[in-house]
Ligand binder design. Structure first.
Ligand SMILES: Cc1ncc(COP(=O)(O)O)c(C=O)c1O
Length: 428
């Protein structure tokens, strides 16, 4: 008799996909959420006629959000992808330079170096955090390496102690991709203030949003002036005291005052939300550690606050008597009434990271080969794609979700054999 043929003990509550009823709708409130002052501040912008860039609300948001992340300077830009591109260009990184990025991330982290004619070098990730593996970074450094872009992915933070040490030893910049980590802290210090520069996204699904938008943080006054010029067609920032400033070729990567108004309004609610996400992420991880069939991500002690973009944990396939990760995600989604996703595809197989579909990257045959993502082996990122389970961050804004998610997983585990039969019968 195979394990999936064994009789199962039926409990009072069947999983929803097997005919049970939804026990608890997790996170019923939608995202994005209005914080309060949005209409008032947007109205101010409309009346002021100052609709574009360098407005008072943008300046206020820049100083408040930079201070919140513990950085000396912050600059609004068009989106998170542009933030990464400008960070690289501010460091004068360009043609033929190598930039080490994690093989598990949204494609923008690699597309940014690609778009400035640099070579994205894909490093595998650590099994416990899914963030870039410092040992892999060290292995991939060459004489042409100019920067490392660690991504603080989902609920994890990249090991900034080791990465900053590598950067310092090799004279290489560390650009933090903080698109998932607004409000998160490493050793009590805000993300985006630990490396040379930090890059944030304010796209709709992010924890702080204006629909679209991006942000660059730095502690270096010269880089601040460079980023300002790069975002504004090469112009000098009014009030810049940099005597060595020179005009630089660039384009329009600015944010509007309407977006700054939205961000300021959203920021009113942000710190409370970040603390609530941190509390609930830690509480769910503690429950997951006690359950069979799943495992939380590692929680290094330097991770002192986490306000993740998505909450990720591991599905341990070998414990589920034949139920696949895909079947589990579908069953959990029905159980809690919230989208349950997987993590990003590894960039050596991602459907939206395709350098060879654009002729502009054919700078030479050697460059064309260097930017081919298929030349990188990413076994850990591939495993993460198979086992990672992702819940939207709004789940962490529902205090009742801590029990509801854990109870739902325990229920599915109890019925795993019936669920495996449900999946193999094609009902899933
Ligand atoms: C890790 C990471 N970096 C960068 C970005 C790019 O941000 P944007 O969509 O604002 O360009 C994203 C967007 O989802 C992301 O997830």
């Amino acid at each position: 008799m195979t394990s999936i043929d064994q009789p199962v003990t039926r409990s009072a509550t069947e999983p929803v996909v097997l005919g049970g009823t939804l026990a608890h709708q997790v996170a019923p409130a939608p995202w994005p959420r209005v914080a309060g002052r949005e209409m008032e501040l947007l109205g101010e912008v409309v009346q002021s006629g100052k609709w574009a860039f360098d407005g008072p609300l943008e300046a206020e948001f820049e100083s408040r959000f930079a201070a919140f992340q513990d950085a000396n300077y912050g600059l609004c830009v068009a989106n998170g992808t542009v933030a990464l591109q400008l960070a690289l260009e501010a460091l004068d990184i360009g043609v033929g330079d190598e930039v080490i990025v994690p093989g598990l991330t949204w494609q923008a982290t690699a597309a940014a170096p690609l778009d400035i004619n640099a070579i994205p070098v894909l490093a595998d990730v650590e099994p416990g955090t899914y963030c870039i593996d410092p040992a892999e970074v060290e292995r991939l450094i060459t004489a042409r390496t100019r920067a490392i872009i660690p991504v603080h992915l989902y609920g994890s933070l990249a090991d900034m102690d080791r990465l900053c040490d590598i950067g310092a030893r090799h004279g290489i910049a560390v650009i933090e991709d903080c698109a998932h980590a607004h409000g998160s802290q490493w050793r009590g210090q805000g993300t985006g203030s630990l490396g040379t520069l930090g890059c944030f996204s304010f796209q709709l699904f992010k924890t702080l949003t204006a629909g679209e938008g991006g942000f660059v943080t730095t502690n270096d006054p010269k880089l601040r002036e460079r980023i300002y010029s790069l975002r504004n067609c090469g112009r000098r920032r009014a009030g810049s005291a940099d005597e060595n400033w020179r005009a630089i070729q660039s384009g329009n990567y600015r944010m509007t005052e309407f977006q700054a108004a939205m961000l300021l309004a959203q920021f009113d609610a942000f710190e409370d939300q970040a603390c609530q996400r941190d509390r609930n992420a830690n509480a769910i991880e503690a429950r997951l550690a006690e359950l069979p069939g799943v495992a939380p991500m590692d929680h290094p002690q330097q991770r002192t606050r986490i306000s993740p973009y998505e909450f990720v944990f591991k599905f341990l396939a070998e414990e589920w008597d034949g139920l696949s990760g895909q079947g589990f995600r579908k069953a959990l989604e029905a159980e809690i009434g919230v989208d349950v996703d997987r993590v990003n595809e590894p960039l050596n197989a991602a459907p939206l990271y395709l350098p060879h579909t654009k002729r502009r990257y054919r700078l030479s045959d050697a460059h064309w080969e260097a930017v081919n993502p298929e030349r990188f082996k990413l076994p850990m990122a591939t495993q993460a794609y198979a086992e990672g389970v992702s819940l939207p961050h709004k789940v962490l804004l529902d205090d009742d979700a801590v029990c509801a998610v854990a109870d739902a997983i325990a229920r599915l585990f109890e019925h795993r054999q019936a669920l495996a039969r449900w999946e193999t019968s094609g009902s899933s």
